[in-house]
Design a protein around this ligand. Structure first.
Ligand SMILES: [Zn+2]
Length: 423
């Protein structure tokens, strides 16, 4: 097994820095201008047809880079293969084409600040990006920084990830002397609506391991996320005219309110951080005869989430006891599982990621996310998938920005990583 990076290749990538900068800049500026905002209120997949605009563009580009088996399906999932130049099991890289529906993503006009002077950046519309508020900016004094014009988001989440993968593929295609196994490139739709992996054709993938390129700070890898369940609690009351209700009415709205009030405040999102999970009521609707509450359950430890599920069931019986004639049903759906449990049997994967990041000149940092990723959904379907940084900052809003050297290092990390999987 070739576990030591070829020093010659690392050095030659250093001399290719301006090539990486040029290729990334051209791709990133082009991709962010394509309007790909997803829509959480749409029932279709993809949630917005516009996501195809970028997916089709990438389909053509991957074909012209010599990728094989390039397929774009009706759900806007693009899968392509970069042929192997050496032995080894296939590995995958994944990013998403949509941008967050939380903020306008149409008419994105990226602003390039070359040789950033370290001061306050005027975005436009009176909005500014101040290093006093966002100290990470100072790290890139003298470098190229890309921001919004203050009116839209930038879309670095996740077009930076897409550009970084595409540039790495272009580099590898131009340097067939670099040994790597087959690489699967996977671009998905609707990551931001949480539905991107619903019905994903995992059987089409050959990779034993995948990497989402969808994180933030340079050098960071996310290898642990919440285990997540969603409970839908239905309250059925007994309805009768309030004027003659004494001893008879079971008010479903009162039942729901009491139920939610009995969730432990010490285990709420606002009372927890670090390794501690929570209950969080995210929606309540109701009338006298029927009400419904949605409660999400999160924790890093699966047993603790199970304990919370059983508390919700016991609480249903308690509420039924105190509202005679009323009924409470709890339905629980699993959303995603902690990817750490799937990565634990394969310590070599994170080891190689650490090596690739260090070889690119950064300090690797393994993070825990208080949320989930599309990678977590792939993990439970048999493909361990940690999340690697893109360099993007202040995601999902007008203050989003990214530094070009961070993108270069993300792309080079991919080039270094694939070599560590060459058998
Ligand atoms: Zn993302």
């Amino acid at each position: 097994m070739q576990h030591i990076l070829n020093r010659m290749i690392v050095q030659s990538m250093e001399t290719d820095r301006s090539w990486f900068e040029g290729d990334l800049m051209e791709r990133f500026l082009r991709y962010v201008r394509v309007h790909t905002t997803s829509d959480p209120h749409s029932a279709s997949t993809p949630s917005t047809e516009r996501q195809f605009d970028l997916a089709r563009m990438l389909e053509t580009e991957l074909r012209s880079l010599g990728s094989t088996d390039v397929t774009l399906d009706e759900q806007c999932r693009l899968i392509a293969r970069v042929p192997a130049t050496g032995p080894g099991d296939p590995i995958g890289f994944m990013a998403h084409v949509d941008t967050a529906p939380d903020f306008p993503g149409e008419h994105v006009n990226p602003c390039v600040h070359e040789r950033y002077d370290g001061g306050v950046i005027e975005l436009g519309g009176g909005f500014t990006l101040d290093p006093a508020e966002y100290p990470m900016l100072s790290r890139y004094t003298g470098e190229t920084v890309i921001t919004t014009d203050g009116s839209t988001l930038l879309g670095a989440d996740d077009k930076a990830g897409i550009a970084e993968i595409m540039t790495a593929v272009a580099y590898l295609t131009a340097h067939p002397q670099i040994h790597h196994p087959e690489i699967e490139v996977i671009f998905t739709s609707d990551e931001e609506t949480g539905r991107g992996m619903d019905g994903f054709p995992v059987e089409k993938l050959r990779s034993g391991f995948c990497f989402t390129i969808d994180g933030t700070d340079e050098g960071a890898v996310e290898a642990e996320c919440f285990t997540a369940y969603k409970a839908t609690v239905s309250f059925t009351g007994y309805s009768i005219h309030p004027g003659s209700a004494r001893g008879k009415l079971a008010n479903a709205t009162s039942m729901a309110a009491t139920y939610i009030a009995m969730l432990p405040r010490s285990e709420s999102p606002e009372a927890t951080d670090d390794r501690y999970g929570f209950y969080c009521a995210t929606e309540v609707t109701g009338g006298i005869s029927k009400a419904s509450a949605t409660i999400i359950l999160r924790d890093f430890d699966h047993d603790i989430v199970k304990r919370r599920i059983s508390y919700l069931e016991q609480l249903a019986r308690t509420i039924e006891g105190s509202f005679p004639g009323g009924k409470v049903d709890v339905n629980v759906d699993r959303q995603y599982l902690n990817m750490a449990d799937f990565l634990a049997p394969h310590p070599e994967v994170l080891d190689r990621v650490r090596k690739a990041i260090a070889a690119t000149g950064m300090e690797p940092v393994i993070h825990r996310i208080r949320g989930g990723t599309d990678g977590a959904r792939l993990c439970e379907r048999g493909i361990p998938t940690p999340n690697i940084f893109t360099g993007g900052q202040n995601l999902h809003g007008r203050y989003e920005w990214i530094a070009l050297p961070a993108m270069v290092r993300a792309s080079k990390t991919i080039v270094n990583l694939v070599q560590l999987f060459a058998g």
